[in-house]
Design a protein around this ligand. Structure first.
Ligand code: SAM
Length: 240
């Protein structure tokens, strides 16, 4: 039936496509995607050929309206290059507007790099905070980390190989004493997950320059014994 179908796709291993995703992709006429070549390949692998409409980070009002108009009369799938759409990927405004207009929106769960890394890392998972990509510039990156310093949860960041060293150095500086973990090439042939101190991982990746896609996790601040809590300082921070 007409509407928007948010379809998660593999983050590396094509075997991770769900039965429901294949079913929905087979049933729709139109697939909105970030990169028609990337999605064309996936559909080809599934034996499907569909009308692909580009909907990427640069999509504007016009692109959105075109898709919304289609959704009123036929099912439209939204996919991203990999993983779950909207998670550090386009789609937020499309979903928001579709919902405002009463268009049916369904989300098909599937692969997500943050969740795979969280489950692999061995870090506490009772609370975790997904913080997307850290800023590119050093000062903004440090500020972003400082803002998260008190959050009592495992922090999850998306990273790229060329920026990993700078991110580890910043964590060492701004969040000293925290265990970190790196999930790399998840679900792929050379999948790895390494944990240690930021400087241990920095040393490792200096000797073995990382390739591929990376999720970086930071352990929560360690629990201080109740007697050590400086209530005055906490109150001052709250009131500041
Ligand atoms: N929507 C995707 C998801 O659900 O995971 C994330 C898209 S975001 C633009 C791309 C980032 O996700 C990469 O820079 C990397 O941090 C992470 N990522 C995606 N696939 C990955 C993989 N196979 N292994 C490790 N990280 C991955």
């Amino acid at each position: 039936s007409p509407g928007l179908y948010i379809v998660a796709t593999p983050i590396g291993n094509l075997g991770d496509i769900t039965l429901r995703a294949v079913d929905v992709l087979r049933g729709v006429g139109v697939v909105a995607c970030e990169d028609t070549r990337v999605t064309g390949k996936l559909l080809h692998h599934l034996g499907l050929k569909k009308r692909l409409i580009r909907y990427d980070d640069h999509a504007g009002e016009g692109d959105r309206e075109r898709l919304l108009a289609l959704m009123e009369s036929e099912p439209v799938a939204l996919v991203s290059d990999a993983g779950t759409p909207l998670i550090s990927d386009p789609g937020y405004r499309l979903v928001r507007t579709a919902r405002e207009r009463g268009i049916a929106v369904t989300s098909l769960p599937g692969p997500n790099a943050a969740v795979v890394a969280m489950t692999l890392s061995g870090l506490p998972n009772d609370r975790f905070l997904f913080a997307g990509f850290l800023p590119n510039k050093a000062k903004a990156r440090e500020e972003a980390l400082a803002e998260l310093a008190q959050v009592p949860a495992t922090l999850i960041f998306y990273e790229t190989a060329p920026r990993l060293a700078a991110a580890l150095a910043a964590i060492d500086q701004v969040l000293p004493g925290r265990e970190v973990a790196v999930g790399r090439e998840l679900t792929k042939k050379f999948e790895e997950c390494r944990s240690g101190t930021p400087s241990q991982l920095a040393d490792h990746y200096a000797a073995h320059p990382p390739k591929g896609e990376i999720v970086l996790l930071v352990a929560p601040p360690s629990d201080e014994p109740a007697g050590d809590i400086d209530v005055d300082a906490l109150l001052r921070a709250e009131l500041a």
